[in-house]
Design a protein. Structure first.
Length: 165
């Protein structure tokens, strides 16, 4: 095996990658990620709504929000932006809201890179969430339905973009 393939294999074992193409220029797709009012219209899996309490999209800035599940469960979230390259890339760390110790122990933590690639007026978005371990990735995928949730979230983004064109 090529030595260069080993780190990629390890990274892939710890990752959830979601890709979708949109019939929209990447500036428009990127803009949907950079406005809390627009994020509230599409962020989260089917049946979820999002309420933002803080939004500061800059390196070191924080987005605090609650995802309200269709069953009435609230999920506190905190994103810290690490890198923002409009309209090409976003990098952020995700965690719970930093509340009590029990929540900290149960908190879902990962790092996300969102790449926006335009070709012929269409945009392909690739979202890679990397967890500390493959076991943690598997736990989050099973407990929270993260793979399907990511696909549903990007499908909601597609609907949002189509409505704005």
């Amino acid at each position: 095996m090529d030595a260069r393939a080993k780190p990629d294999a390890a990274l892939d074992a710890r990752s959830i990658v979601t890709t979708r193409s949109f019939d929209a220029p990447r500036e428009l797709v990127f803009a949907a990620w950079s406005d809390p009012d627009r994020l509230a219209q599409w962020w989260g899996p089917n049946g979820f709504t999002t309420t933002t309490s803080e939004f500061d999209m800059r390196p070191g800035g924080v987005w605090r929000f609650v995802m309200h599940g269709p069953d009435g469960t609230d999920y506190q979230n905190r994103i810290v932006y690490e890198e923002i390259v409009p309209p090409e890339r976003l990098v952020y760390s995700h965690g719970g809201d930093g509340g009590d110790e029990e929540e900290e122990l149960e908190s879902v933590r990962f790092r996300v890179t969102v790449a926006f690639e335009e070709e012929g007026g269409r945009t392909t978005l690739t979202m890679r969430a990397v967890f500390e371990t493959a076991a943690e990735r598997d736990r989050v995928a099973e407990k929270y339905g993260a793979v399907e949730g990511g696909q549903q979230t990007l499908a909601r983004l597609a609907e949002h973009l189509a409505a704005r064109r």
